[in-house]
Design a protein around this ligand. Sequence first.
Ligand code: SF4
Length: 331
Amino acid sequence: QVPFTEVLDLVRGRKVFLSRGFAYVPKDDMISILITHYRAHLSQQLAMTSRALPQLEEDNRLLPMLSGLSKRYLGQDYSSKKSNVGKITAEMIDSLSKQSFPPCMQNLHQSMKRDHHLKHGGRMQYGLFLKGIGLSLEEALRFWRTEFTKAMDGDKFDKQYSYNIRHNYGKEGKRADYTPYSCNKIIMSNAPGPGDNHGCPFRHTDADLLAQKLRLQGISKDFTDKIMKYTRDGHYQIACKYYFDATHSGVEEPDVNINHPNQYFDESQHFYSGKKEAKLPNTPARTGSQRSSQNTPRSQLSQNSQPTSQNTTVDDDMMDDDLCMAAMETA
Ligand code: SF4
């Protein structure tokens, strides 16, 4: 029983019994009372904040924090999946990428296998994601070394690239425990340039090319239409959620929203473990057939229409990790 003014929407819809100025709200409609209180509280606080704004603007400690608030990721940090550390090996990454990686990470994995190299933005995005799924530092070094040394000698890898990997794990520089990038960060910052492979395919791929790639992957017309609609409307994470649904047939949680690539991975693993399939694949030796299977439809959502070449490797080598890390730390 509440004053009828607290549930005007229910009164308007003739959904409540009214008597002597009170509305008798059924249990199922209690949300309406909550919404009214929340709305009143919010508008009161907004009014107070707007009065305080002139003072806040004078405080240069608060303003950057406030202006960045809407872009902040407040979910789980996924800095490393402790339960998986030691269970994920370098050899498992290839099969995991086909089964459970979101499109952005599939794209980075395929680009690395194709070029035996990734530029700095890609190494950061992919390296931290792998750390987040539970790849230990030793396995990460082995994983990157195996692939990069197909196109360069081991000495060059050790000098120019292993520092970056150890840095991601907090073993170099200021020894910070870097966290994997959220969708928001991937979508909103550091857009990929020519020859880059990082970013979000839904945000950074030409729409026609993306639609073509979805069709090539065997995604149904219904799902392709939905994904493309949300992509065009700028709702990239919703598009990704529909991509998840399309590639995990029979998914039972229609309301799962994707806000982090590592969350996508966890949801996918959860889905497969629920289906009583192996939660983590066995550790097969990488074979020629596995490598050629990069070209299977499931793994064709590559975001960059510009083919990378040896030239991009040369460009990137000029921007080696020591320089990048030093710049980041100085900043
Ligand atoms: S929405 Fe997030 S998880 Fe999905 S592809 Fe984009 S960045 Fe990756």
